[in-house]
Design a protein around this ligand. Structure first.
Ligand SMILES: NC(=O)c1ccc[n+]([C@@H]2O[C@H](COP(=O)([O-])OP(=O)(O)OC[C@H]3O[C@@H](n4cnc5c(N)ncnc54)[C@H](O)[C@@H]3O)[C@@H](O)[C@H]2O)c1
Length: 390
């Protein structure tokens, strides 16, 4: 970002504080029922976190429903039956007990019908179809939260997943993002997360309560788009970091790529939504998630393999081979971001984002990540005057 743009940056907001832990029963007229829509790696860990809290907190029903996209395992058994018999998602989170109060349900409608708190946590490409199936099937007083990283690009522009949920289902939707590699939280290693909310801080407080444990510290900020865009865009930067690792370019180069990536994340987010706050980038959902994803996430890992193979094997092939059914989000997000950039004429301003996509589709070699990202973007064009066209 140019010095001119830095000078125009908004005054720093107050740092987010952990929200009060005593959400009272007076405010909650009835016990809330929670359903987790999704049961992959992170979905299963989310169910585990939530299930430990619904048992502990009087304002929630003990049982946590978890919708499972049904699969038949190599043993011939249904995944749902196995989860319900041994309390473990043997495919996506093997070796971890979810809590006896987690009930797996392969029937989406049945799983959500009694819930008044819905936690969405599936790969983002499935969400539009899931929302269509849920129209008219959920209760009137439902609150939602999305743990999903990604966006949908439509003719009229990019649509964040929380907006897709809100628009299609007519419900309020918060987001939860952070430096959260699921397998580490599953074994209760300390980490942090950020809830992004729109207006209602009491709802945010309730989500914070539902997710917080001594090893999972959740804070809330009033910036849904900022939190969600951080979580979404860092997967594109993680691909760039993976290319650098695959090319064995070293730590300085990787740090430079991360810095350039963070700058593009911030500029892109603020161009799309002028409400996005600078301080959000310093929360767990921002720089912390960027660091952990560029050091240890699956996008980095597969991008490293892509570069080691000289960019000759496709991401689809590597994903199927390396991730055992888990999904990469970075490649589709890079394409979606590229579509936004080209549609709006912003490609020159975001050389790292643009180059990542062009590498993914074999238009450029992995080594282009450094050659192209180091071009000085015309960030002076990204001052306040550009934002009004978004
Ligand atoms: N895993 C992590 O460490 C992590 C951390 C933070 C956020 N996230 C985000 O959480 C979201 C979910 O990721 P995950 O790790 O739980 O999933 P995953 O990649 O581990 O698993 C894929 C899931 O998709 C399901 N699926 C496959 N085909 C489907 C279909 N046609 N319709 C619906 N579902 C289908 C599978 O059954 C499985 O549950 C993603 O947006 C991801 O970016 C993941």
């Amino acid at each position: 970002m140019s010095p001119a743009m830095e000078a125009k940056a908004q005054p720093q907001e107050e740092a987010a504080a952990p929200l009060n832990d005593d959400f009272s029963n007076d405010t909650v007229a009835h016990k809330s029922r929670v359903t987790v829509v999704g049961s992959g790696n992170w979905g299963s860990v989310a169910a585990k976190l939530i299930a430990s809290n619904t048992l502990r907190l009087g304002s929630f029903h003990d049982e946590v429903r978890m919708w499972v996209y049904e699969e038949t395992l190599s043993s011939g058994e249904k995944l749902t039956d196995v989860i319900n018999s041994i309390n473990e998602n043997v495919k996506y989170l093997p070796g971890i007990k979810l809590g006896k109060n987690v009930v797996a349900d392969p029937d989406l409608e049945n799983a959500v019908k009694d819930a008044n708190m819905l936690v969405f946590v599936t790969p983002h490409q499935f969400m539009e179809g899931i929302c269509k199936k849920l129209v008219g099937k959920i209760k009137g007083d439902v609150e939602a939260i999305s743990l999903i990283k990604g966006m949908e690009v439509k003719m009229e522009g990019p649509c964040m997943i929380s907006s897709l949920i809100s628009q299609q289902l007519g419900i309020n939707c918060c987001v939860l993002m952070g430096a959260n590699i699921a397998n580490e939280i599953a074994v209760e290693k300390f980490s942090e997360a950020t809830v992004g909310y729109r207006e209602n801080s009491q709802i945010a407080e309730k989500w914070v309560q539902l997710f917080s444990t001594p090893y999972f510290l959740v804070t809330a900020v009033q910036d849904v788009e900022g939190v969600e865009l951080c979580g979404t865009l860092k997967n594109v930067v993680a691909l760039a970091a993976g290319f650098v690792d695959g090319l064995e370019m070293g730590n300085n180069t990787k740090a430079a790529i991360m810095r350039i990536g963070l700058r593009e994340m911030k500029a892109f987010s603020k161009l799309l939504f002028s409400s996005v706050k600078d301080t959000t980038f310093f929360e767990s959902c921002g720089v912390a998630d960027l660091i952990t994803t560029c050091l240890g996430g699956r996008n980095r890992k597969v991008a490293e393999a892509f570069a080691k193979n000289g960019g000759k094997r496709s991401f689809d092939e590597l994903e199927a081979e390396m991730l055992q059914g888990q999904k990469l989000q970075g490649v589709s997000t890079a394409r979606e971001v590229y579509e936004v950039l080209s549609y709006r004429g912003w490609l020159d301003w975001f050389p790292l984002f643009a180059t990542v996509h062009e590498i993914c589709i074999f238009h450029l070699p992995p080594s282009a990540i450094v050659e192209h990202s180091e071009r000085t973007p015309r960030f002076s064009l990204l001052d306040g005057s550009a934002a009004q066209y978004c």
